[in-house]
Design a protein around this ligand. Structure first.
Ligand SMILES: O=c1ccn([C@@H]2O[C@H](COP(=O)(O)OP(=O)(O)O[C@H]3O[C@H](CO)[C@@H](O)[C@H](O)[C@H]3O)[C@@H](O)[C@H]2O)c(=O)[nH]1
Length: 320
């Protein structure tokens, strides 16, 4: 099969593109490199440097489907520059859907997010939970989910949205690196590398066992497996939405402690004020993905996830 992967030079996109290639598919990566970061386009994938708004230039009926990752994804930035998120994430996807319709490409897997739920009423969070995003990033992803639902109903698109919880770890040379970095595990590992003095723990007075926020960390390779299964499960006229997480919550302190064990570094921590917009606990119910996609994540061990991220962080540092 032949697939277009938008945002395929980024963290999750590159890992999924690599999995598609390993499964014997033909892959074209479309990425405008606008996040200033190129995790790497896997060897064996064709690469087009371009914008999703111009997808009509490259999409043609020879494609069997699109995996859509291209988006801005910094929660804090979305609060101060919401127009950037509506323009790119929503406007860009509207253009992509039009290009797919035009080319008769009828299969879509979309990179959605736990941020569509906002502060949860129940944990673990099922897909039936209310969607009340607390920032424009989550709102923009939710708007795209609605757009895809109507596209499926009106035009027969076969679509799956995958709502990621906290993606982490690495797959060979494809790992997580943002500029500026704001995610917990890469920052903790920067401390272990001596690139930062300490990790700031954002809030220790949450209603959780140790007072720090609890998240559901999922290995990027398990996440990639779900995308390949979603391509097979998509049915014309239907929009399936699946959470992707392990269903296990780990606190910020537990993540830092596990990183100490993995790296052998003391990783000093300082308690800092809460970060705006952080829910206390975000843990997925991924029953739909298990039952409907047949997804069975096999890399749920937090130490293993951090060990893979650590190997990637050290390899990346050697390159610079
Ligand atoms: O220096 C840091 C960085 C993070 N945290 C905490 O660590 C947890 C995880 O933070 P982070 O790695 O930034 O992930 P989330 O904020 O949970 O973000 C996830 O969920 C967002 C939407 O909710 C997505 O946009 C992100 O890509 C995804 O990683 C949160 O409680 C943060 O407050 C710290 O204590 N110190």
């Amino acid at each position: 099969m032949k697939y277009l992967v938008t945002g395929g030079a980024g963290y999750v996109g590159s890992v999924v593109a690599q999995h598609l290639l390993e499964a014997g598919h033909e892959v074209t990566v479309l990425d405008n490199l606008s996040t200033g970061f190129r995790a790497g386009v896997p060897a064996g994938a064709a690469f087009v440097e371009g914008d999703i708004r111009d997808a009509a230039k490259w999409l043609d009926p020879s494609y069997d489907g699109v995996l859509h990752f291209a988006a801005f994804s910094q929660v804090g930035e979305s609060v101060v520059k919401p127009e950037k998120y509506w323009e790119n994430n929503v406007g860009g996807t509207m253009a992509l859907l039009a290009a797919m319709r035009e080319a008769g490409v009828n299969r879509l897997v979309f990179s959605s997010t736990a941020a569509t739920y906002g502060e949860p009423e129940e944990v673990p969070i099922p897909e039936s939970a209310p969607t009340r995003p607390t920032n424009p990033y989550g709102a923009s992803k939710l708007a795209v989910d609605h757009m895809i639902t109507s596209e499926a109903h009106a035009h027969g698109l076969a679509a799956v949205s995958l709502r990621y919880f906290n993606v982490a770890g690495a797959y060979g040379p494809y790992g997580e690196r943002h500029d500026p970095e704001s995610h917990l595990i890469p920052l903790v590992l920067q401390v272990a590398q001596g690139r930062r003095e300490a990790i700031s723990v954002y809030g220790d007075d949450y209603p959780t066992p140790d007072g720090t926020c609890v998240r559901d960390y999922i290995h990027v390779a398990d996440l990639a497996d779900a995308h390949l299964l979603a391509l097979g499960a998509a049915r014309s006229g239907e929009h399936l939405i699946c959470n992707l997480g392990n269903g296990n919550g780990f606190s910020v302190r537990e993540v830092v402690e596990t990183a100490r064990e993995v790296t052998g570094h003391p990783i000093p921590e300082v308690t800092a004020p809460r970060r705006a917009g952080d829910p206390a606990v975000l843990v997925a119910s991924a029953q739909t993905a298990r039952a409907t996609l047949g997804w069975n994540p096999s890399r749920a061990d937090l130490a293993g996830i951090i060990a893979d991220a650590w190997e990637f962080a050290r390899d990346t540092q050697r390159e610079h």
